[in-house]
Design a protein around this ligand. Structure first.
Ligand SMILES: CC(C)(COP(=O)(O)OP(=O)(O)OC[C@H]1O[C@@H](n2cnc3c(N)ncnc32)[C@H](O)[C@@H]1OP(=O)(O)O)[C@@H](O)C(=O)NCCC(=O)NCCS
Length: 162
């Protein structure tokens, strides 16, 4: 049976492996050839992630299936952005998804849907009015997943090598 549980320190190794799996995946699809994955990436990144989760009232949820941890979602509550501070945008309490990962052999079974549903409930209970996230352009799978879950493209970040 699938259960969504809150991250605790005993799942540190799972989270580290997931972040390495995610980064390896992004490197494998990186048509811009900008990303890399250092040997200690997982350890370093999880340290940073846990710090911002703590500072920014965030949460990490894990998907557990038959006593095995198979995926995760991490998100934070954002402070106001520049537009909101300058008054040219409505002030909306915003949550941001930072990471989402499902182990390859468990994909296509609506595990990510369940993770997103639960983290959405969490942030709604915290009075957040919108949920945001960024997708790396070559990551069509994730982009399509988010579109299928009701997210809409809002701004587009462009770059050219100079
Ligand atoms: C993106 C990811 C989290 C999706 O997880 P998942 O558990 O396989 O997704 P789900 O089974 O919940 O997908 C639900 C719906 O999303 C859509 N979807 C999911 N993957 C898709 C894909 N590759 N292409 C198109 N649509 C997709 C489908 O509509 C699907 O519903 P359906 O199966 O009824 O058609 C998973 O592929 C993953 O971990 N990828 C690598 C890490 C990553 O890219 N993370 C996101 C970083 S921003």
């Amino acid at each position: 049976m699938l259960k969504i549980i809150k991250y605790t320190a005993q799942n540190h190794q799972n989270l580290t492996q997931f972040m390495e799996g995610l980064q390896d995946y992004l490197v494998s699809i990186d048509t811009f050839e900008k990303l890399k994955r250092d040997k200690n990436y997982g350890k370093k990144y999880v340290k940073y992630l846990l710090k911002i989760i703590k500072e920014d009232k965030g949460i990490i949820l894990l998907a557990e299936f038959d006593n095995k941890i198979i995926g995760c979602v991490a998100g934070i509550i954002e402070t106001l952005d520049k537009g909101e501070i300058l008054g040219n945008k409505k002030k909306l309490k915003t949550a941001r998804i930072l990471e989402l990962y499902v182990e390859p052999e468990y994909r296509g079974k609506h595990i990510a849907v369940k993770l997103i549903t639960e983290i959405t409930k969490h942030f709604k209970a915290k009075k957040c009015e919108q949920l945001r996230l960024e997708v790396y352009a070559p990551n069509n799978n994730a982009h399509n997943f988010y579109l299928s879950q009701g997210f809409k493209n809002e701004s587009i970040d462009l770059m050219k090598k100079i």
